[in-house]
Design a protein. Structure first.
Lengths: 378, 434
């Protein structure tokens, strides 16, 4: 019995040590940002409140280093912490069951604004916002809805949304123009609106290319926009599943694949690297930079500027201008966009880039509207 | 295939032998075959237009031009397959009337015909192809970690330790394999580090389960959570700080076995693989023999079935259990290396994604038998990749249903063919000399 007790004590001590390790970076962040807490209010100069302002963020189970949207969200928070001299707290969720606990922990720590990253945190953020009407919340990638899926507006919660279909339309057009086999493919992680919206725009871009070029008949595998059905890997973790799924697309002749599945896309890139002439269109961030081991495969990326959107929301809140009006990233406000072609700069034909630029302008001016049932309601 | 585990059926006279085999003959197979034929007829044959064709692809991506795609008239092929299934039904009924057991190959023939019929129906009239090689190759790839995990489970549970920590062993193996391979600049180094990491997790399990007699399921779950946390923490700190040093992907080269790899369809699937897959073949065959034909196997099974009796004849029960758990952990750790070096991927957070639990289920499905567990793992991998193929060719089946496919098939297999399973008698019970 005594040995068990000893062991338990050792275990508890080890846990404390590990926990201490885990917290260190956050403290460094705040120190680096605002100096010692006592000094920070003077150092920040601008607003006296800045020192007390606590901006908090909860990741989904992908974690903050997913080379995808959680990472972009964290970068946004980090840079606003640095710029405004406020305190930042970032909490990673390990599993879906952590969301509600993590959010309510942050609220009880006195966070001035709590930001949830991802559609999967909708319920957690919504119920916390309803229970704590005095603090502010923001949710990336989803609006709020009640039990019957009817949209709901909350006074203290701001949805941060992206009309990604506009940018992935351009990516689809590019893919259709660049494919040599005449077959391109896409797949998602889970069938949720913030994923499917990429695939809708991609499908439309390919359809537009086929419409513009009478002799083109580019096939899209993995997504049927009409039926809203397609290929999904089933989660955002299992990279080998993404790999085998992509191998299936490749054996169907696809030579450009757009995985909309966070880290699972790395499996797709690994499968592409084993076949000659297969390219990847990355999503969320510029894959040429974030997934740099596969940069030679990255035709382009459909970027969602989550970081700047988070920074903007936090800045507004610090300055007292929080509003519950949704932020919607579009091509126009550069909330979404197409990444540079990097290595493929010289290979994309002149006419194709001109055409894509023209469509970008048309979308911005409103002459061309990309419609998707998954787009955020404006 | 499961004869080796059955209690010895020493039968002195023919009379009792007939008595014994009689209950084994049942109409179950006949009914299942008839149902398969019925589904084929009603759902597929009647629904396929007469002029539709299904294109089968037998080449792999390397030799697509050597083996051309084969278009077959869908309806005609479906009718042929239907006839095969009906013949099997009649044959099994005849065997039932004769009171003779059905050979195992009939199951295989009916199963293959049924799957082929389904693929023919799905591919009928489409411009997309049914890629046979990548269907099977992907199925094998998805099965590899399950097979390693299930073998780990067999070794541990046969000696009486419940190994829920397979998930953690896979994940830690994947992590250590990736880190060691990346630091050393060779995928093969990862294959040395991965089993060590898995073995450490196994040692942790054995330590708590044997020395402190803690509930093994609880220790296993705690270890899994610990490994998820630990690898996630290291991933977001050490590995992402210096990605080039610690987490560069180091694929193992594929080794093509001459001659064998030239067999159509099966060759490129089975014999153009990395060394990890060849190790898996050796492991399965070796374990099947060792468990039932060696002194180690006999002692392991004795310790798991009746530890007191084993102790009485001088087998050190707890020492055996500890070593088996460490060995099992090492095997699962090696399987974890498939997620990283074996697939040419860098490490990613929680990349084992619950496969360890599926491996455990495969082991139970296979009745704690290496060979049976392999079959269950392959069935799972195949049905998962079948879902992938269906979603890529645009079959119109909702993706949620396709993602459920492996689980549905597994449940049907358990209910229909496996029936009652019996775990080792002393499983999960700590042994103390009294």
């Amino acid at each position: 019995m005594r040995r068990v007790l000893k062991l338990a004590t050792a275990g508890a001590a080890a846990t404390l040590v590990l926990a201490a390790c885990g917290e260190a970076p956050t403290e460094e962040d705040t120190n680096a940002a605002g100096g010692e807490n006592a000094e920070s209010s003077e150092a920040a100069g601008g607003g006296e409140e800045a020192g007390d302002f606590k901006a908090c963020m909860v990741s989904d189970s992908g974690g903050f280093d997913d080379q995808s949207f959680n990472q972009s969200g964290k970068e946004g928070l980090d840079s606003s912490v640095e710029a405004l001299g406020i305190e930042g707290v970032e909490v990673e969720s390990q599993a879906d069951t952590d969301y509600a606990t993590n959010v309510s922990n942050l609220v009880s720590q006195g966070c001035s604004i709590t930001i949830g990253v991802g559609f999967l945190l909708e319920d957690a953020i919504q119920s916390a916002a309803e229970e704590n009407p005095d603090t502010n919340f923001a949710l990336i990638d989803s609006a709020f809805s009640d039990a019957d899926f009817a949209p709901v507006e909350l006074d203290n919660a701001k949805p941060i949304l992206f009309n990604t279909a506009e940018a992935s339309f351009l990516a689809g057009y590019l893919a259709a123009g660049m494919t040599e086999s005449g077959t391109v493919a896409t797949f998602g992680g889970l069938q949720i609106p913030s994923v499917a919206v990429f695939m809708d725009g991609f499908a439309d871009g390919i359809a537009k290319y086929n419409e513009d070029n009478a002799d083109a008949d580019v096939q899209l595998l993995g997504w049927d926009k009409e039926a809203q059905e397609g290929a999904f890997s089933g989660d955002f973790e299992n990279q080998s599943q993404g790999q085998t799924l992509t191998e299936q697309f490749i054996s169907q002749g696809a030579d450009i694949v757009m995985p909309v599945a966070g880290p699972v896309g790395l499996g797709a890139a690994a499968a592409a690297s084993e076949s000659d002439g297969v390219h990847i269109i990355w999503v969320d961030s510029d894959g040429y930079l974030t997934a740099s081991e596969y940069s030679d495969l990255m035709l382009t990326s459909v970027m969602k500027q989550i970081g700047p959107a988070v920074e903007q929301t936090v800045t507004e809140t610090v300055e007292g201008g929080f509003s519950n009006e949704p932020y919607v990233g579009t091509l126009e406000n550069e909330g979404v966009g197409l990444a540079p072609y990097h290595d493929f700069e010289g290979e994309v034909p002149e006419e194709l880039t001109t055409q894509i630029d023209e469509y970008r302008d048309q979308i911005i001016s409103g002459d061309l509207v990309i419609e998707s049932p998954n787009s955020p309601q404006q | 295939m499961s004869t080796a585990t059955q209690p010895h059926q020493a039968t002195p006279s023919d009379e009792t032998s007939v008595q014994r085999t009689r209950p084994k003959v049942s109409l179950k197979s006949t009914i299942v075959y008839a149902l398969a034929a019925l589904v084929t007829l009603l759902a597929w044959v009647l629904d396929t237009p007469a002029d539709a064709r299904t294109t089968f692809q037998f080449g792999s991506s390397g030799d697509l031009f050597r083996i051309p795609n084969v278009p077959v008239p869908a309806l005609g092929f479906l009718v042929v397959l239907l006839v095969v299934m009906l013949a099997a039904t009649a044959f099994s009924f005849w065997r039932y009337r004769e009171r003779r057991p059905l050979p195992a190959w009939v199951h295989v023939v009916v199963g293959a015909s049924f799957v082929l019929a389904f693929l023919t129906f799905v591919g009928a009239g489409r411009s997309t192809v049914i890629p046979m090689v990548s269907l099977l190759a992907g199925a094998l790839a998805l099965s590899v970690p399950l097979v390693f995990g299930a073998m780990s489970g067999v070794i541990c549970e046969r000696s009486g330790i419940i190994n829920i920590a397979i998930e953690g062993q896979l994940l830690f193996g994947a992590f250590a394999g990736a880190v060691a391979a990346s630091a050393a600049g060779s995928g093969y180094v990862g294959l040395i580090a991965a089993p060590i990491a898995g073995g450490l997790v196994g040692a942790g399990l054995a330590w708590f389960a044997v020395t402190f007699r803690v509930n093994q399921i609880i220790v296993g779950v705690v270890l899994n959570t610990l490994i998820i946390g630990l690898t996630g923490f290291l991933f977001s700190t050490v590995l992402s700080d210096n990605k080039a040093l610690w987490n560069t992907r180091m694929p193992l080269p594929r080794i093509r076995i001459p001659l064998l790899a030239d067999i159509p369809v099966i060759g490129p699937v089975l014999f153009n693989q990395t060394i990890l897959v060849y190790l898996m073949y050796a492991l399965v065959i070796g374990l099947q023999i060792m468990l039932f034909r060696s002194r180690w196997g006999l002692r392991t099974r004795a310790v798991g079935e009746h530890p007191k009796a084993a102790d009485t004849v001088g087998i050190k029960v707890n020492v055996r259990r500890v070593w088996n758990t460490i060995l099992g952990g090492a095997i699962a750790g090696l399987g974890g290396a498939f997620f990283t070096v074996g697939s040419g991927l860098a490490f990613g957070r929680e990349m084992s994604a619950g496969q360890g639990y599926i491996a455990l289920a495969a082991m139970i499905l296979g009745k704690w038998n290496p060979w049976g567990a392999v079959m269950a793992a392959l069935l799972f991998g195949f049905s998962k990749n079948l879902g992938n193929v269906l979603s890529t060719i645009g079959s119109g089946v909702p993706s949620e249903l396709l993602l459920m496919l492996p689980y549905v098939i597994t449940i049907l297999a358990v209910a229909g063919f496996v029936g009652r399973v019996r775990p080792p008698a002393a499983e999960g019970v700590p042994y103390t000399k009294s």
